[in-house]
Write a protein of this length. Structure first.
Length: 198
């Protein structure tokens, strides 16, 4: 799997994206984890002195585009497998809006959607030390619908392949499954885990 590629890893808050990705960089030396949200906040502060979410939508989109270009440039100059800890939507900006910029989506070799049952996501969110706005099953359902709609939209518009990976197992198993899935995605293979409903 030693090739340069950008793979988006998305899913709802509480599904286990950050936890899963935390160990991936130590499992393989060619994996580079990029936390898109954190980098956007840092970029906003360094360029404007303002917290990212205090900007209007147009400025947020400009910053996202600029970060996308930065990630693409890193991938051109440093051979790695870039896994982006990201979201495709933010229901605060509209349920049908894909928040990742087109330049970055076009550069992605694929997207992995991490998912789990609503009850597991709710339990994980309630244990999170940071307060979360979505501590109800109805909000989780609304967020999932928005994320899946955006995923279908990205697939239809850009042809970006995607796979679904369930995170309801032990962390080591999820990470091993992700490594297998990455290998499949980067070699063009298929898997019974693939769920594309375009």
């Amino acid at each position: 799997m030693s090739r340069t590629a950008i793979i988006g890893v998305t899913g709802l808050h509480g599904v286990g994206k950050t936890t899963t990705l935390d160990g991936m960089g130590t499992m393989r030396s060619d994996i580079c984890i990029i936390r898109v949200g954190n980098e956007l906040k840092d970029l906003s502060k360094s360029q404007t002195g303002t917290y990212f979410f205090d900007h209007g939508l147009a400025e947020r989109d400009r910053l996202r585009y600029e970060l996308g270009q930065s990630i693409i440039e890193r991938a051109r100059h440093q051979r790695s497998l870039y896994l982006l800890d990201m979201h495709l939507t933010d229901i605060r900006e509209g349920e049908s809006k894909v928040i990742q910029p087109s330049n970055l989506i076009k550069a992605m070799a694929g997207i992995i959607l991490l998912d789990a049952r609503d009850s597991i996501i709710l339990e994980r969110r309630s244990c999170d030390p940071k307060p979360h706005r979505g501590l109800s099953l109805s909000v989780i359902a609304q967020e999932r619908l928005a994320e899946l709609s955006s995923l279908r939209q990205v697939h239809a518009e850009y042809g970006t392949p995607f796979r679904v990976l369930l995170t309801e197992k032990a962390l080591a198993e999820v990470q091993a499954d992700m490594l297998r899935l990455l290998d499949i995605m980067l070699t063009g293979g298929t898997t019974e885990q693939e769920r594309i409903h375009a």
